[in-house]
Design a protein around this ligand. Structure first.
Ligand code: PLP
Length: 344
């Protein structure tokens, strides 16, 4: 992309020098046969960081979520999800396609579901209705502009799950962003979930991959599901190696992304056509409403592109900017000037 400032997603990052080097030098084996030492190292590291017994390296966050839901449920079950959750809206219907369960979406306050509302939606056992077997939570919450869901809220939901003997799967695609923003250790968040997944390929800047973590028995079964989905990979240590760098070298810089996102949000919030509360930008995702008397969203995005700035439209008349390793202070200045020029 050269001179483009690419705000479309934190998935657009290029691997660091150290990642490239680690890929070239990775010791590999056949991971499906269980003998790729680099994958094993990454999985141990992930399990340890999350405080879980075991971990599984998978090609994508979507596969991590689909395997988790498949492993915690059976047909005729229902799963409580937040209505804007990524795993419910953005993952091509795997809940019905793979796990064959019913999602039950619940509204929220910026990603935090009302615990009473969650409890009310747990189904009483009956021959007529599905059994509630799983609650899914997400933090940071992508579609709520990267909101950090408060710990007290997650703890209240955990309590309800315990009372009803229901599992929790935690979509922690950006759990390290949540931890960086709140100061709460990743392990404390992870303890909310019976399982938690996180992405290496987002803010942590690795080229590929996510980790699903949880109890050993769950991960053993998850490994079988991964194979059944065609996600068993062979000398995949070449991809695990940059993942190890992501976990050891790329976590501490996430607050830089958050500061830049906040700066951009503050500088554009008052411009004509934009509806944005900068207080809502807690991490690296800025989602704002766009309704300008003269310019449509596609026209605005084209004008930005003419100025070498890339961003994406989301649903419901909104635009999304995401900061990441390959966005620096100059990119922010460039974006702010472009906004002022086009809208101001
Ligand atoms: C990106 C994302 C995923 C899925 O990850 P992919 O690697 O793109 O499949 C899941 N959950 C959330 C919250 C995400 O942002």
């Amino acid at each position: 992309m050269g001179e483009y400032s690419d705000f479309r997603s934190d998935t657009v990052t290029r691997p660091t020098e150290n990642m490239r080097k680690a890929m070239a030098e990775a010791v590999v084996g056949d991971d499906v046969l269980g003998d790729d030492p680099t994958v094993q190292e990454l999985e141990s590291l992930a399990a340890e960081k999350m405080g879980k017994e075991a971990a599984l390296f998978v090609p994508s966050g979507t596969m991590a979520n689909s395997i988790a839901i498949k492993a915690w449920t059976r047909e005729l079950d229902e799963v409580i999800v937040e209505e804007r959750a990524h795993l419910y809206n953005m993952e091509s219907t795997h809940m019905t396609f793979i796990a064959r369960v019913l999602p039950r979406p619940i509204p929220s306050n910026r990603g935090a579901m009302d615990p009473e509302e969650v409890e009310k939606n747990i189904r009483k056992p009956s021959v007529h209705i599905p059994r509630t077997s799983l609650i899914c939570v997400e933090n940071t919450h992508n579609n709520w502009s990267g909101a950090v869901v408060p710990m007290e809220n997650l703890e209240a939901i955990r309590k309800i799950a315990n009372n009803h003997d229901i599992k929790i799967h935690f979509d922690g695609a950006r759990i390290f962003n949540a931890s960086a923003a709140s100061g709460i250790p990743v392990k404390e968040y992870a303890a909310i979930g019976d399982s938690i997944m996180f992405c290496l390929s987002k803010g942590l800047s690795a080229p590929v991959g996510s980790l699903l973590t949880g109890p050993k028995e769950f991960i053993d079964f998850a490994r079988r599901v991964r194979k059944a989905l065609g996600g068993g990979m062979r000398q995949v240590g070449v991809l695990a190696a940059p993942g190890i760098i992501a976990l050891t070298e790329m976590v501490d810089r996430l607050n830089e992304d958050h500061k830049r996102a906040k700066k951009l949000a503050l500088d554009i919030a008052e411009l004509p056509g934009i509806s944005l509360n900068p207080d809502h930008v807690q991490t690296n995702i800025i989602i704002f409403g766009f309704n300008h008397p003269k310019i449509s969203i596609p026209e605005f995005l084209t004008k930005l592109k003419d100025r070498k700035i890339l961003a994406l439209a989301t649903s419901e008349g909104r635009i999304r900017f995401v900061t990441h390793k390959d966005i620096n202070d100059k990119d922010i200045e460039k974006a702010v000037s472009a906004f002022r020029e086009i809208l101001g």
